[in-house]
Design a protein around this ligand. Structure first.
Ligand SMILES: C[S@@+](CC[C@H](N)C(=O)[O-])C[C@H]1O[C@@H](n2cnc3c(N)ncnc32)[C@H](O)[C@@H]1O
Length: 250
């Protein structure tokens, strides 16, 4: 296993092809710097790692963080509708996002005045968040690099917020077998007794494991709805994708 410092050094050597986009987020819009093309970037990273004789690092460095996934669009819309700028409840609201990637929902929440911690384990996420936080004046957003599978270890920067979050959120983070159970446990620990957990997901095979952990083992009640959002591929015949919005409360 290669440590975080080596990974950061490796990723800093890569020159990534970026693009500026405007994204609707509920009733507002965000300006975002993203990867131009996810598949091309994966190929580029794989080539670079092969040249460095470290192709086995592709799993750790796969740049899934760098584009907006449809589930993030759905979650950003949920957050946008739930938070009213300037209202005392919003200004005091503590939010933690796990596996944030470009952190569209966190940017929306921070811009409305919520106190937000966005977290992800990829060493390149911080660089993108710095740019996008500034562009969107989302000053109350703090970033913490963290892999939720390392619980009970918690970075010191997250300790003061842990167990005190009113709302813990994540979008499209259940793509591997080892992710859902520790994610559900982390979200259950991070939220207050009266708090809310929201996950948006395109219907990945491991979704049920996540729901079972929260409802059967952590004592949460679940409600679900489906939202239709823009599909990422412009050439996709349907142009839209249905996303599950799962809400959990104790
Ligand atoms: C498919 S992307 C989704 C990104 C963003 N949430 C969205 O919907 O646009 C999955 C994200 O989860 C992050 N991730 C995956 N496993 C993680 C873990 N164990 N701890 C922290 N972040 C993780 C990845 O780095 C990536 O940013």
């Amino acid at each position: 296993m290669v440590g975080p410092t080596d990974l950061r050094e490796l990723t800093q050597k890569l020159s990534l092809d970026l693009v500026e986009i405007e994204e609707p987020a509920g009733n507002s819009r965000l300006s975002l710097t993203t990867l131009r093309d996810l598949d091309a970037t994966i190929d580029q990273i794989f080539e670079e790692l092969t040249r460095l004789q470290k192709p086995e690092l592709l799993d750790q460095l796969c740049p899934y963080f760098g584009v907006i996934w449809p589930s993030a669009r759905a979650l950003a819309e949920v957050v946008d509708h739930a938070l009213i700028p300037g209202l005392q409840q919003t200004v005091g609201t503590q939010i933690i996002e796990l596996g944030c990637g470009l952190a569209m929902p966190s940017l929306v929440a921070a811009r409305k005045g919520a106190q937000v911690y966005a977290t992800d384990f990829h060493p390149q996420v911080e660089r993108f968040l710095k740019i996008n936080r500034e562009k969107n004046r989302a000053d109350s957003l703090k970033y913490v690099e963290w892999d939720w599978r390392t619980l009970p270890e918690l970075p010191s920067t997250l300790q003061s917020a842990w167990g005190k979050a009113d709302w813990v959120i994540a979008s499209d983070v259940l793509y591997d077998r080892d992710l859902p159970v520790p994610l559900a446990r982390a979200m259950a620990q991070a939220v207050t007794t009266k708090g809310r957990i929201t996950l948006t997901d395109p219907g990945r095979p491991y979704l049920q494991l996540f729901c079972d952990e929260l409802t059967k083992n952590e004592g949460f009640r679940m409600t679900t709805k489906v939202m239709r959002v823009k599909h990422p591929r412009k050439d996709h015949p349907e142009h839209t994708q249905d996303i599950f919005v799962l809400d959990f409360r104790r």
